[in-house]
Design a protein around this ligand. Sequence first.
Ligand code: SF4
Length: 635
Amino acid sequence: MSEPKSLYPELEPLLLSVSKPIQYVGGEPNSTTKAWNDTQVHWVLSYPDAYEIGQPNQGLAILYEVLNEQDWCLAERSFAVWPDLGTLLRAHSIPQFTLETHRPVGAFDVWGFSLSTELGYTNMLEMIDLAGVPIYSAQRGDDDPFIVAGGHCCANPEPVADFLDIVIMGDGEQAVVTLSTLVRDWLASGKAGGRDALLLKAAATGEFYVPRFFTVSYDADGRVESVIPNRPGIPERPSRWVLSNLDAWPYPKKPVVPLAETVHERYSVEVFRGCTRGCRFCQAGFITRPVRERSKAVIEAMAATGLASTGFDEIGLLSLSSADHSQIGEIAHEMADCYAGSSVSLSLPSTRVDAFNIDLATELARNGRRTGLTFAPEGGTERMRAVINKNVSEEDLIATVTTAFSQGWRAVKLYFMCGLPTETDEDVTAIAAMAHNVIKAGRTESGRRDIGCTISIGAFVPKPMTSFQWAAQCPPEVSLRRMRALKDTVRADRECGRGITVRYADPEPSLIEGLLARGDRRLSGLIEKVWRSGGVFDGWREYFSLERWMDAAAASGVEVGWYTCREREQDEVLPWDHLDFGLEREWLYNDYTDGLGASSLPDCRWSGCNLCGVCPAFSVANELAASKENPNGKE
Ligand code: SF4
């Protein structure tokens, strides 16, 4: 294809009348522009939300560099435009564009979407439509880009399966290069065999899921009966990509430095991938097993290179639970030493309920700011925490916060979920007593009255590929009643209530998140209907409308309660059962029933394999940096 023209001359005059126009201008430090005709495969990478949310996405930053390092590939970025610009683009017939060169997205070969929240699905449709590309895979022609999705939502992409050409499950680094090679060969052949030929080749590897080559059938009760390949030569269970040895993939090295404001402005190093703590609600943990740690030396080198290439003055040590890295104490200590006296600050997301969390926070705070201390007991009672496999006693929590208060902290934040399986009203109101005890411990330890405790509570959504994938979702009105009762109980606490703040998120969007998380292909029409009736930016409170979703569900014959608040039978075929994330179904189900019986399971990182199935499925194992440095365990 000849080089597509920049749309900037037509776009620029419109930017005078929209909010935050800088986000559409591009040209940021470290953004990459390449000559179209010197490269063979042209990618667009998107996060279906506004620039301020999408630009800091770590997955996108990694793939952007991995692709642009191939001299035959080109990758540019494109984010969702706000409705003010969306309206103007339509009025002036200007399609969705990339930021690097303002080329029309529809002219590219592959368009990758990172899907990390189901509430971004309507934005994805809006972007595809604005690009002038048909929203349904079946309607696209040989000159349309292949729409590829990755990210955590791909644990069950079925509700958006009809819109996608290819799904990448798991780690994207190797997958995008392999896919690019297939596309390059297909383009070089003059698109021989048409679009289907490329899709068939990708599907035949068993490493890419091509939804159109799988047929779904339903039983008389509306449950999925089977999902089976409809072409010969396609493996029945496409599988996840698992990257080993993260040290060999030290990305991002030179991330784009945003010019417009974004939610995070720091250089993030992923200290490890995967988590085996086994919290039964946590999809991110289950679908990224096992743990693969980066070594201390690589983390420190990446931080130094990343700071030098971006000019950021904050380093984030990123992962699902960074305090669990086997060398995190040394890493925090050495990095705090390294950046002492400079303007560089360090941060690390940690919600561990133990004194080590405080040691780490103290170490990281040496160089300036003292950020808040956060703990995540997640459940209000001992029983509830055993159900979700969050093995923390109230005694532990009080001992931990007492240490924090003795070291000068004056406030803590506690995270909880509401609507968990087996939960009663008392499990939620018990959170008030826990917060009461936190305040009392703080006052006693510090001798001061200005001790604060913030309770942050959100509605639980059962997710695919977790032990709770069979569980009934709690109706939003029940969650709301419990959260309000918690607030009232705190308010009635005359002794400590004034020191406690309760923050809860509206559970209504969680109902739709739950619908889309465990839905099947019959939901694509509903998503389209919501989008066509104006639904975009559903992850934003000011744009989300439950009424719009419920009206569209009624019009599409979708019974929301059936998808969300219904416990599944053990043998029910789940819409995502044909996707192989390595987890043994029977193991997951046993873990579910263990959870209902409040029986806990230790972390396989430290207590031996629990036989979930992932490691043998992909010939991998937990990779701990400390054991790599000292394989024989000698001091
Ligand atoms: S197979 Fe064993 S060691 Fe590997 S993640 Fe599962 S439980 Fe852990």
